[in-house]
Structure formats: structure tokens, C-alpha cells
Write a protein that binds this ligand. Structure first.
Ligand SMILES: Cc1ncc(COP(=O)(O)O)c(C=O)c1O
Length: 422
């Protein structure tokens, strides 16, 4: 049975609608593969997150890596979202989307000199330092260019988030943050606090993405708080604790993210502690607000398997290939109730090019449209041109309007980007 479409209420059986717009009609107009986002749902999620943490002095910074569409960033900027960025490119996007520089946090283990200087020149709110060499580099650049910047120290609290290993960042065997285990974190914080060109903004932690259990958050936040209190007890100014992102979404049952218990946990741990709090949610804000619409090219009966070959591939959505991620997939066309097991695969010449394997599906036919659910985060941002395939187009439905926010490039566009010396 097809899961219900959580993106809107006025859905007809067997069909998908976003904000009253038929996905099939959108697919016919804009061709497939096509990302379709629900802008109203994005704002609902954002305000639900803000609300959940609103009892304490807090600021929510949308993690741009989850979806860096200019239209979506601008929409979030209008409701006061800050941004968490991980590259100079994302920083430029956030600035262009009118997110105030002071509301931008720059995270990441390998910020280059150019990126650090860019951030300092924009005078962004906070640069999260992840290592001793990065601290030395930022101190040197700030002195050399006579700039001052706010720096937080991202700590590694050695907590297993219980998520997929490729998106787990909280343990000492990962490249992220400065471990609390060997005294270096305090040494670095002391360096930040005493440097004439650096302002100590506080501490940051982010243990991973798609956490579906609150226990690892709790463990990580308590470790962070203990260290922050220790620093304060030793006379350091620790104004802010950046609690990262990571809140997981329900890919299987498509339930709306509910931040209530997370908010209660935050209150329980941080109330009356006197820290300003920062948050960097990405997936939980946009993940359930996007669908990828794809058309069936062929249905192929193999020796022991049926393959539904569609026009979206791993270059359009790499999550199933990269993380063995599960996405609900429904057929938007009406069919009898009979179903069969099939792999849903793309046209790319890799066995790893699939959207789903062993999935029970209606007996779909060539030219049917399928909707791949919950692709609003880490979907379009990871698109590539592998096999010289232009990226999927992107559409945003907002307040009954349909906006083409990223037109599809042509194959000529792709080829002409290159320089051919012969
Ligand atoms: C530093 C940092 N902050 C925030 C996020 C956003 O995480 P999520 O999309 O799971 O909320 C990430 C992604 O893993 C990250 O690396």
C-alpha cells in the first residue's frame, strides 16, 4: 500500500499533491527527474524547531549543507533563520540569501586560508575551530590582516550517535572536533581567549546526522556542559554553546518531525545555566519537504528479478547508493492492487545505481511517474553530472505558487563548461 502523502491534506487516492499542485502535472510540465519542494512545510518545520527550544536564549542556524538552494535559503532568511555553513561557497550563498553575517556559523575540519579570510572579512558570527593547526592558522591570518573574529571550539565528546557510520562525527576515531580526552581542548580555548585578534565565542558539538534516539544527544550535551562549566570555573568567558544538528527524520512512516521531547531535553540540561544556545538543524527542517519525481522508462523482467528502470539515477539522488538509505517510493498513477517485488534502478552504468532494492510495488508500466519521498535534505545538493547527465530541475511550491528554482541545464551547457585545447 502506498504511504499517505504527508506533504498536504488535499491528496486524492493514488496521486500526490503538494500545496494543491498535482505532481503528475508538474512532472509533465517540467519533465523528470524533478525535485519538488513544499516551502510551507519547510517554514512549519523551522518554526516548530524554534518553538521547541524557545524557553532558553537560543538561535537556530539552518545547516546549508542539507539543501543550499538560494530560494530555500531566502525563504528561511525571511523568518529569521541563521545559517551553518561548511565552505566558502555556502557562506556566499547564505550572505546572498540575506542571512545576516552575524547569524552565520562556519563549521568544517578543512577550511582554507581563503575561506577563513572570507569569513573574517564578512565578520560572521562564529567560526568553529576543529584542530590546533586550524587555530594557529586563524590566529595568524587575523593578526596579519588586523582583523578580529569570534571563534568557538568544536569538541569531540566521543559519543556514538547510533547513526550510519558515514554520517557519524561524534567519536574520537573521526576527523571532527578536538577531543576532550587529552587536555588539548582547554589549552586551545586558553589560546583563543588570550589572543588579541580572537574573541572566545564558546564551544560547539555535533555528533552526527539522522539520530533517531535522544540518548546520544543527552550524553554529548552533558559532556559539553561539564567542560563549559569547567572552563568558566577557571575564569574563561564561555558565552555560547552550539549544539549542532543531527535530529533524524522518519523515512519509513513519513511522520512529521516532532521536536517536543528534544526541546524538553534541552531545557532539562541547560536551563538556569546561563549559556546562549545555538542549533544547526538541516535534515529535520527540509528532509520531509522534498520529493523526487521520476518517470519509468522500461520495466525489465530479469531471470530472478524485476527491474523498474527510471529516469532518475544515483547522480540525482545518491543517498541509497552511498548510505543504503531507505526512501519511500510510490507510483503516482492508478493501478490495480496487485503488487510485485522489484528493484528501482536508474540508467547509470553501475550496479550501485538504484533508488530501492527488493521493494514491493504496484505493477507499474513504462511512462508511469514515481515519487521518491523525503529527499529535501542531502538530495539535490549532492547531484552530479556523472554519465554526462544534466542535474534534475528543482521546483518550490509556496503559498499556492510554483517556482522553478533551478532550471535543468542542457547537455550543451555541460559540454560548453569545459575548455578543449584540441
Ligand atoms: C557541523 C554540522 N552541523 C550541522 C549539521 C546538520 O546535520 P543534520 O542535517 O543532521 O541536522 C551537520 C551535518 O552533518 C554538520 O556537519
Amino acid at each position: 500500500m502506498a504511504p499517505s502523502n504527508t506533504h498536504n491534506s488535499d491528496q486524492k487516492p493514488g496521486h500526490g499533491f503538494i500545496q494543491g499542485h498535482s505532481l503528475i502535472e508538474l512532472a509533465k510540465i517540467h519533465k523528470t527527474p524533478l525535485y519538488v519542494y513544499d516551502g510551507n512545510q519547510i517554514l512549519t518545520n523551522f518554526s516548530a524547531f524554534e518553538q521547541a527550544v524557545s524557553l532558553l536564549d537560543s538561535k537556530v542556524h539552518f545547516a546549508v549543507k542539507a539543501n543550499s538552494s538560494m530560494a530555500i535559503l531566502s525563504l528561511l532568511s525571511k523568518v529569521g533563520a541563521g545559517a551553518d555553513v561548511v565552505s566558502g561557497g555556502e557562506l556566499e550563498r547564505a550572505i546572498k540569501a540575506n542571512i545576516p553575517a552575524q547569524d552565520i556559523i562556519f563549521s568544517g575540519v578543512g577550511k582554507t586560508e581563503d575561506e577563513l579570510l572570507l569569513a573574517m572579512r564578512y565578520n560572521i558570527g562564529q567560526i568553529n575551530i576543529e584542530s590546533g593547526p586550524e587555530l594557529d592558522k586563524i590566529a595568524e591570518l587575523a593578526s596579519m590582516h588586523n582583523l578580529t573574529c569570534s571563534v568557538a571550539l568544536r569538541v569531540n565528546v566521543d559519543v556514538d550517535p547510533g547513526s550510519h557510520e558515514k554520517i557519524s562525527t561524534g567519536q574520537n576515531n573521526t576527523k571532527f572536533g578536538v577531543s576532550l580526552a587529552d587536555g588539548k581542548a582547554e589549552e586551545y580555548y586558553q589560546k583563543i581567549a588570550s589572543h588579541p585578534h580572537l574573541r572566545a565565542a564558546g564551544l560547539a558539538v555535533h555528533i552526527g546526522s539522522q539520530l533517531t534516539n535522544l540518548a546520544p544527544f543527552e550524553k554529548a550535551y552533558i559532556a559539553l556542559l561539564e567542560f563549559a562549566d569547567h572552563l568558566r570555573a577557571n575564569g574563561y568567558d564561555v558565552p555560547c554553546l552550539d549544539l549542532g544538528g543531527g535530529f533524524g527524520i522518519d523515512y519509513e512512516n513519513l511522520k512529521q518531525p516532532d521536536f517536543t521531547e528534544y526541546g524538553m531535553l534541552i531545557n532539562r540540561i541547560f536551563q538556569n545555566k546561563g549559556y546562549r544556545l545555538g542549533f544547526e538543524p538541516g535534515r529535520s527542517i527540509v528532509g520531509n519537504c522534498g520529493m523526487l519525481i521520476t518517470q519509468v522508462i522500461y520495466v525489465k523482467q530479469g531471470i530472478d528479478k524485476r527491474f523498474i528502470i527510471v529516469d532518475a539515477a544515483m547522480n540525482d539522488l545518491i543517498r541509497p547508493t552511498l548510505y543504503e538509505a531507505f526512501h519511500q517510493i510510490v507510483c503516482l498513477n492508478e493501478h490495480e492492487s496487485e503488487t510485485g517485488i522489484a528493484d528501482i534502478v536508474g540508467p547509470i552504468c553501475e550496479t550501485g545505481d538504484y533508488l530501492a532494492r527488493g521493494r514491493e510495488m504496484p505493477l507499474v508500466l513504462a511512462e508511469d511517474f514515481l515519487a521518491v519521498y523525503s529527499v529535501g535534505a542531502y538530495g539535490a545538493v549532492m547531484m552530479s553530472n556523472y554519465n554526462t547527465r544534466p542535474e534534475a530541475a528543482e521546483i518550490l511550491c509556496y503559498n499556492e505558487n510554483v517556482h522553478l528554482i533551478r532550471p535543468r541545464r542542457t547537455i550543451t551547457d555541460l559540454i560548453e563548461m569545459e575548455k578543449n585545447p584540441f
